[in-house]
Write a protein that binds this ligand. Sequence first.
Ligand code: NDP
Length: 446
Amino acid sequence: MKNEYMLSVLETVKKRNPGEPEFIQAVTEVFETLEPVIEKRPDLVKAGVLERLVEPDRQIIFRVPWVDDNGKVQVNRGYRIQYNDAIGPYKGGIRLHPSVYMGIIKFLGFEQIFKNSLTTLPMGGAKGGSDFDPKGKSDNEVMRFCQSFMSELYKHIGKDIDVPAGDIGTGAREIGYMFGMYKKLTGEWSGILTGKGIPYGGSLARTQATGYGLCYFTDEMLKANGKSFEGATVLVSGSGNVAIYACEKATALGAKVVAMSDSNGYIHDPDGIDLDAVKQLKEVERKRIKEYVTTHPNATYTEGCSGIWTIPCDIALPCATQNEISKESAEALAKNGCYAVSEGANMPSTPEAIEVYFANGILYGPAKAANAGGVATSGLEMSQNSLRLSWTFEEVDEKLHGIMKNIFAACDSASKEYGMPGNYMAGANIAGFLKVAEAMKAQGCV
Ligand code: NDP
């Protein structure tokens, strides 16, 4: 990046946010691709759009005390960052994982602004979470934590203000407990969370949406480049919500998924992953992925996560967590003939890995476009709640499919308009940014 104005804004971001490398990484990646836009648009510079965009509207940090099953008080830290509401109420998930701190929530919230803009739905960017780890906790402990978390969060959210959702560690169970507590505290039934259970305002196809949406986006990207899922060998990292439904849809589109993982290690099944077995392990029994090999003798289990990327494949779908594909992993993918990487997780590729993709002509579907299907369907859940209607699975899935096709078209056309055809990362950043920037400029200096 050479633009002096942008460099000086980035410098300020680094000074103001010390010790937050993920956030700096996310801002740097976006800035690098926005350079041609900023050079063409002095009006956006004058309106201070970049300076305002990198500074969240507000950052809320709070204590979350809860009592464990032994009667001992535990204390976690809760976060909600309301980043930008230029195009709609704040919207973004809640991450429950021991690695959560301000820098993670800030990077996710920043990315969410552009992702939500790309969906074409009226949603601003936000993110929240806690360093609480639901793994190994009883249902009652998880419930007490969620109730305590909501007893502060409820003061800051509302159906036209901020609508949180799930993310790592926050599934239907956690959303249910938080929703119940919100209702009790406010005496109001309203669609203040998405990812709710179907009997109480959830949307059909929300569970599948991020994984399915990832495959719809990837399918468009492959087709635009003369490729297809049909007959392709696919790696999917993770075995959580996004990974499971990415595996399901990729298989339905004719691919063979041969590997999945969790934070301990990965399984390789050359016969193709038996997804029913993975669902049983992960969704029902909450067990480790290594248990898979006890019932599938042709499959192997290997400790450690990064080895998954050394398995030969055509397409890689990282669906676990940030920075899970390093430069070395990207090089292994390239060496073994991988021709497309499409991101279900948020920021799973390091900047060095992305350089390797471009240097080797690997098609690259960036997270903020490729995994936008989850939040898009959360937007559809909000619409159904407001309308007091429930659409069928097929209706929601069809809308999701249309949205993902449009997101790919927007990325493709912005990349071409700004002289970087095939660079869907630049296309996603530019298309997502311009809508928010126009809205911010129109609304004045607020
Ligand atoms: P889940 O909690 O359902 O699953 C996460 C999966 O990733 C688990 O298999 C987990 O393994 C694994 N994992 C977590 N941390 C690591 C790590 N450090 N190394 C390797 N594997 C790890 O989360 P989701 O599927 O919902 O989210 C996955 C990613 O997708 C995240 O980046 C999230 O932000 C993103 N995303 C999710 C959306 C959604 O709708 N759910 C929407 C858009 C993006 P283990 O069980 O061992 O922890």
